[in-house]
Ligand binder design. Structure first.
Ligand SMILES: [Zn+2]
Length: 313
């Protein structure tokens, strides 16, 4: 029998094992060297056209919501900087794809400064021209498509998704989710992500479910990290974060049934003496949902958009 503390220990050791793998690189450049990567990308993908404004900064951000962010002055259109989410350091291809995406924005503003042609900024939709949202219109998409054709390994997108094919899945740490069944009759429930260093404390988790939704019917599952994206994160002591919204998911039973059938997902169960891991995924199911058609969890609400640049004055 495996005790609860052992389960938490297993989880942490797995996280550590992922962290101590070799230093990730792209074209021989360590991913933590943004300046060198920028120079490489400018030379290889932009024909060295980009000339950063004075004071331009390349930084890593702690954001998990945004993969990348381009900032510039609204008045002069000079570039201020590009920030890349530091968690992309473990994923060279995703990092470079995000960096190049932001560099296309930089190119648009540089060419606007040179020519005064407002169309380059893709600020509004024009009839018959591609437009996704502000900043991602005909010029941006045209550049993106040309680059993807010439350099397919970049896999450029307008919107990126954490854990897609550009990510090194072996470097994404597994995550734990608490599934809270709120009202089975109405198909309502909610999913929370446990803090990566949280102890698996069932009574604390039930108290959190009670505080948030007035119920204590919970399951805890360990999932490949990318499947945990977008769910609200609990504190390290398993309590809700301050001002955490009481969100509810619909079709909860079928969504959780689908999740439990996904490769790499396993349920963590509690016994009177503590918790043990259910090793056989086929044992993991919600009896009342056996005949429910599987549907995929919507796991990527809002976020990871490298296109989300900031306007600053
Ligand atoms: Zn963008």
């Amino acid at each position: 029998m495996i005790q609860a503390s052992q389960v938490a220990g297993d989880h942490m050791r797995m996280n550590q094992a992922i962290k101590i793998q070799t230093r990730p690189q792209f074209a021989g450049i360590p991913t933590d060297n943004l300046s060198a990567l920028f120079r490489y990308c400018n030379r290889h993908y932009f024909n060295s056209e980009l000339r950063p404004s004075s004071g331009f900064r390349l930084t890593f951000s702690r954001s998990a919501r945004l993969s990348g962010c381009f900032t510039y002055c609204l008045q002069t259109h000079e570039d201020w900087g590009i920030a890349i989410s530091s968690r992309l350091k473990c994923h060279p291809r995703a990092l470079v794809s995000t960096l190049v995406h932001e560099m296309i924005h930089m190119l648009a503003h540089q060419r606007f400064r040179e020519t005064g042609d407002k169309d380059l900024l893709d600020e509004e939709e024009k009839p018959g021209q591609p437009f996704v949202n502000r900043g991602h219109g005909a010029f941006f998409i045209g550049q993106l498509e040309q680059m993807n054709e010439r350099f397919p390994h970049l896999g450029l997108t307008v919107k990126s998704t954490f854990g897609d094919h550009l990510y090194d899945h072996a470097r994404i740490a597994p995550a734990r989710l608490m599934l809270v069944s709120i009202c089975p009759l109405q198909g309502k429930g909610m999913v929370y992500r446990l803090h990566e260093r949280a102890e698996l404390n069932w009574s604390h988790l039930r108290a959190t479910a009670q505080a948030m939704h007035g119920v204590s019917d919970i399951q805890v599952v360990e999932v490949p990290g990318q499947l945990a994206e977008g769910f609200p994160l609990l504190r390290r002591d398993n309590a809700p974060r301050k001002n955490m919204k009481r969100r509810v998911l619909r079709h909860f039973a079928s969504k959780t049934a689908a999740l439990l059938e996904t490769a790499g997902v396993r349920e963590l169960t509690q016994t009177p003496a503590g918790a043990r891991i259910t090793r056989n995924p086929s044992e993991c199911h919600i009896p009342s949902c056996e005949n429910t058609p599987a549907s995929h969890l919507r796991i990527h609400p809002a976020g990871h958009e490298p296109e989300s640049y900031r306007h600053r004055m």
